[in-house]
Each structure stands twice: as C-alpha cells, then as structure tokens.
Ligand binder design. Structure first.
Ligand SMILES: Cc1cc2nc3c(=O)[nH]c(=O)nc-3n(C[C@H](O)[C@H](O)[C@H](O)COP(=O)(O)OP(=O)(O)OC[C@H]3O[C@@H](n4cnc5c(N)ncnc54)[C@H](O)[C@@H]3O)c2cc1C
Length: 606
C-alpha cells in the first residue's frame, strides 16, 4: 500500500487494516484485510497511482464502459449502431471489456463494468495488476471470454484482469512439464494462452494437425474458465473432463508470483486448478493440455418425437432410457436430449469413433419403433458420420453451404471464428433460473429405469428437462475415469451417467438496451417452476451434485454440490496460496468468509 494513501485514510477516520500476503508475518502479528476499497473511499488509489500501473502494463489500462454505453450518449451514433448490430455475436461481446455472454440473472446479478481493467498482454502485466490490487486492497476480478452464468467475471468498483488479448496457441510433439523430466513421459500437447477460445484450439489441434484436445462444446467459451470448471465437451464420455487433460498451468498467485503448476511442481495448486472453480486460486496465464489421437469419425443422431398423450410420452421416455442404457451408455455417445412439457423428445446426440453404418445400425430399432408407433409423431429422425477432422473446420463447412456454424460476420474477423448455431439462443440471454443435477448410473439398472423415467416425466410437466450425457463421466474408458478422478471436480461426476440441466430465461436484457419491460412476476414464476421440476428429480437422487459452471446461483449448499468431499482440501489449498481472499467469486472456494459482494470480510478463513 502507498504510504500517502494510508495517511489519507487515517486522517479520514477510516479503519482499515491491510496486509501484504507476500511479506513474511512478523513477530506473530497476523494482519488481515477486513474491507476492500471502492472509488468513493478515501483509500482508493490516486490518479497518479493508476498512471503508474498504466505505465507498468504497457499502457493497457482501461476504464471500461458498459456494453451499451455508446447508446446512452448517442442512440443514433455509429458506435451504438455497431453494438446493436453485434449484440447477438458472442465473439464481439467477448471482445468488449465489459461484455458478458449472459445479460444478467433475475434477483442475482446485473452486468456492471469494473472501475479499471488491465488488458493483459503477458504474465508480467497480470502480476502487476495482482500486486496493485493486493497492495491497494481492491476487489479483483478475472475475465477470459466472459461466459460465466453466475456473473463471476464482472463486479462493480473492481479492477479487472482481462486476458482476451493473450490467445496464442502452440502445439508440442513431446511435452514434459517443468520439473517433471525423468518423472513423466513426454506426450503430445497444446499450450494456449488464457484468453484463447476453444475454437482457436480446435482449429490448431484438429483442423490443422489432425489430433484431438478435450475442451468445451461451446466454441466461444474461454479455455481457462472452462478447465477450472472441470469442463465438458461433446466427446467427454470418451476422453474425460477438460481438467483431466491439464498437464501444466502458468498462474499468477495472490502474492504476484508467476508460478508453474503441474504434477511435479506445486501439485496441490495444480489439482485445485483442475475443477476447483475459476477466479479463486490465481490468474492462469497459459495452460497446456494433453492431445489425443483423433478418431476417424464423429457422428450424430437427431430429430424430434412428439407423443400425442401424456401416457405416450411416459412410454417414450421409458423406451429411450432403456435404449440409452443398452446402446448408448458407452464412451462413444454424448450430448443431449430435451424432454419438453408439450410431450416432445428432441434428440441432439453426437458420437466419436463410429462410422456411418454403425450409427445407423445402432439407432435403427429405436427410430423404427418411434416411426411405427401410433401414439408418436416422429420427424426428421436421422443419424450419420463424417470425418472427424472436418468437425470444427469452419471454412470447409461454409464452402459446403452448411449452416451448423455461424461465422463472426465482422469485417476482418478470422475465418475460423464461429459458433454452433445451436448455441445462438443463449447469446445475451437473461436468466430467470438455472439448475443442474448429476444423476447416478445406478438409476440405469433395469429395476430402476421405470423410477427414473417416471421422475423425468414428472419433472417435464413443469419445465423443459435437458439431459447432457457427455457431462456425466460414468461409462467412460478407464483412463478417462482415472484422469477425471484426479481432479477437484465433485467425485459424483464419476458415477453420473448424465447431467440434467433445467433452465429458462428470456431475450437479452443488458442494462441500457431498449426493450419491452420485463414481466418479473412471470419470470419469478418461471424460476419457481425450475425448482419444482428439479425437486421431482431430487426424489430419486436426493444428494445429487451440481456442475459449478452450469448451476443455480442460489444453491445454499454449493460447497457440497460443486465439490463434495473435495471441498475441505480445496479450502486448505486456498488458505495456502491466497490467505487473504484476494480472489473472490460468488460461491467460489473460500467465498463464505466474505460478504456477497466480496468487499467485507465476515470471518477469518477456517
Ligand atoms: C453459452 C454457454 C455455453 C457453455 N457451454 C459449455 C460447455 O459446452 N461445456 C462446459 O463445460 N461449460 C460450458 N459453459 C460454461 C463455461 O464453461 C463456464 O462458464 C466457463 O467458466 C466460462 O469461461 P470463460 O472464460 O468463457 O468465462 P469468464 O466469465 O471470463 O470466466 C469464468 C470464470 O473463470 C474465471 N477465469 C476466467 N479466466 C481466468 C483465468 N485466466 N485465470 C483464473 N480465472 C479465470 C473468471 O474469474 C470466472 O470466475 C457454457 C457457458 C455458456 C454461457
């Protein structure tokens, strides 16, 4: 802390005790932060201090404006027109320092720009920002691609470390982590700077190099945020979570040091970064992930089946569960189905390692039964395979006239930058409610299948129920299970065959965006219906865990739900690397010691 600021604070009668965690504790005196400062506080850094930080980070210090700020000052100006034109473009939103992929959550959070942002270009920039925040007792926020549903990458009156500009991707034929020479075998890998999106890795690893890296399904999610969540992609049933593939991370911890974390160096921190939640242990500046041999084919099965009666829909769900259990519960099949209140089952399944004929053979009996059943209307049921190498090849897809991916339409945007059209609906969405539950594979046992089907049917009476089979790792190969087990993610993921997601919301509602008034009564009713739907599933899975990055903002038992028995170990690692809670996110490890805004310490970490 700067001495001048301290004197100013004392003169103003402000009681604040500030610690420098990087300094050794002297004479047994433990000083700890009790209150972080805001721009209105006398201890807020002076303009001259900010100028010094700006010089240290190569001029890359910004004062972010709200996403729609340009429209507040000049609604017909070109800047406003540009924002409105791109308000459903996830890559544009990620390019804005105050951009958030989700436009807020009812009664939970509203996108709010930080007071300042360091648009980091290097680990040294990140370290300068972390030191500044710690020494001046600021609320620190970290943002990659801004896809947090829980709003954990934005906070008012904070200093933001924004990694978007750090997005280099490098491939390795034989990677050995620092300090691991002679202890681990060299493996093919990819290193990505923290601001890269998954499409950047898929392009480099699969399209260009013909290999596979386990990342996220949504191509515009940030690599560091997803890996620290655990992270699932369409083919996680074959390869495990994204965190399971982490070989090494470079991370700036609360003391400002740039550390390496891998199996041989700082292994405790390494484990915590593998699923312990983003924004809680430090700022990852780059990470290295194992790559795998690319399967020859990726494939899909899709379509819609609508039952004409409730009884028919219950029977359809029962049949599908049996079909899934007998034919799809294996490393090949992932992605999802949706069970809708209008008695529709929508299929969006994908697979790896099966050719066209194998896929058609697997699905034929189910498709034929659905098509021939009098109580069902089956439309557009189809399945097939293509060369895996073309899966994320945006340019080749466009050449073929495929509309499966939407390209960033801005002039000069890289041709490889695109997102799945299936993810378009989520861009800018305003959430009313969200819930996720891992359901154990024991529910697939023949004597349990009817219970499961009945509970799913009951839940679907309230809300659309999505079953994401790739987000439960039961059924994966032994190597994927073992690697996922060695992460901080709730061990419930290993026994789960599916993550059920029940969520709803409405059109974008960014602050300042002109739109019809929100019907908050209807929105709260919607949130309540999500709770009622989830309650039906809790009857058959009373202690179901929940995926930290796709979960309920209001989950009161989040420690248990997100991390299960791993929570205490994560808490101990947090105390070691961040004893003063510099890194705070809503429902992150150690956040229970702080007020909900992360500004006031409620108790010393236990
Ligand atoms: C449309 C959409 C689709 C999604 N699809 C999937 C999916 O297919 N599979 C899946 O598993 N999840 C998915 N998610 C969830 C997503 O993985 C998480 O929200 C993830 O944390 C987002 O990372 P980000 O960098 O994009 O977001 P951000 O909001 O920038 O960051 C998320 C969290 O990570 C922290 N963080 C970011 N970068 C760093 C860093 N360098 N160092 C330390 N902390 C950091 C932030 O502080 C924040 O707490 C999806 C989310 C959305 C909105």
């Amino acid at each position: 802390m700067r001495r001048r600021s301290l004197l100013k604070g004392i003169a103003a009668g402000v009681f604040q005790i500030i610690v420098r965690p990087s300094l050794p504790l002297q004479a047994g005196i433990r000083r700890s932060v009790t209150q972080r400062v805001r721009p209105s506080d006398p201890l807020w850094p002076s303009a001259a201090s900010w100028e010094k930080l700006k010089a240290k980070v190569g001029g890359n210090l910004l004062q972010p404006q709200a996403l729609l700020a340009a429209c507040q000052t000049d609604a017909s100006g070109s800047a406003c027109t540009e924002v409105l034109k791109n308000i459903r473009n996830p890559i544009f939103i990620g390019d804005q320092p105050a951009g958030t992929e989700v436009s807020g959550w009812l009664d939970a959070w509203t996108p709010t720009p930080s007071a300042y942002a360091v648009a980091a270009r290097s680990a040294a920039d990140v370290s300068a920002a972390v030191n500044f925040a710690r020494e001046d007792n600021l609320r620190l926020v970290v943002k990659g691609a801004g896809h947090s549903y829980l709003g954990t990458s934005n906070a008012p009156d904070s200093l933001l470390v924004w990694t978007r500009a750090m997005n280099k991707v490098t491939l390795h034929d034989a990677f050995v982590g620092k300090g691991c020479a002679g202890r681990t075998s060299p493996v093919p890998a990819v290193t990505a700077e923290a601001g890269a999106m998954w499409i950047d890795l898929y392009h480099a690893v699969t399209t260009e190099a013909g290999r596979y890296v386990q990342g996220g399904g949504c191509t515009t999610v940030g690599v560091a945020g997803l890996v620290q969540s655990g992270g699932f992609g369409s083919f996680s049933k074959g390869f495990g979570t994204a965190a399971a593939g982490l070989l090494e991370a470079e991370v700036v911890t609360a003391d400002g040091k740039v550390r390496i974390a891998n199996a041989c160096t700082n292994p405790d921190l390494f484990w915590a970064l593998k699923g312990g939640g983003g924004g809680s242990f430090g700022v990852i500046t780059k990470l290295t992930l194992r790559t795998h041999e690319l399967p020859e084919f990726f494939g899909y099965a899709g379509g819609k089946i609508k039952a004409q009666s409730d009884a028919g829909f219950r029977e359809l769900i029962t049949r599908f569960i049996k079909f899934y259990s007998d034919n799809l519960f294996n490393p090949h099949w992932g992605e999802s189905i949706k069970l809708q209140p209008d008695n529709t089952l929508e299929l969006s399944m994908v697979c790896q390692g099966l050719d066209d004929a194998q896929i058609k053979r697997v699905w034929q009996p189910f498709f034929e039964w659905a098509k021939s059943s009098k109580d069902l209307n089956a439309s557009d049921l189809r399945g097939g395979a293509g060369r895996a190498r073309g899966w994320w090849d945006v340019v080749a897809r466009k050449r073929r006239g495929s509309d499966a991916m939407i390209s960033d339409p801005r002039p000069g945007a890289p041709a490889i930058h695109a997102w799945w059209s299936g993810d378009q609906g989520q861009v800018g969405a305003f959430l009313h409610g969200y819930e996720s539950l891992w359901l154990p594979a024991a529910l697939l046992r023949p004597d349990q299948q009817q219970r499961l089907a009945d509970a799913l049917f009951a839940a679907s009476r309230y809300k659309k129920v999505e079953m994401h089979f790739n987000k439960g790792i039961a059924g994966a190969p032994a190597a994927a299970l073992a690697a996922t087990k060695d992460t901080a993610t709730n061990p419930a993921v290993l026994d789960a065959f599916v993550l059920v997601i029940i969520a709803d919301g409405e059109r974008p509602s960014y602050p300042g965006l002109a739109r019809p008034a929100m019907d908050t009564t209807a929105a709260r009713r919607n949130a309540h219906e999500i709770d009622l739907a989830a309650a039906q599933l809790r009857k058959i899975a009373p202690n179901a865990g929940s995926y930290v990055s796709e979960s309920n903002y209001f989950n009161a038992s989040w420690q248990e739900a997100y991390w299960g028995k791993n929570y205490q170990r994560l808490r101990a690692i947090k105390r070691k690397y961040d004893p003063d809670g510099l890194f705070f996110v809503h429902h992150g490890v150690g956040s229970e010691d702080w007020s909900s805004d992360g500004f006031t310490r409620l108790r010393k970490g236990s």
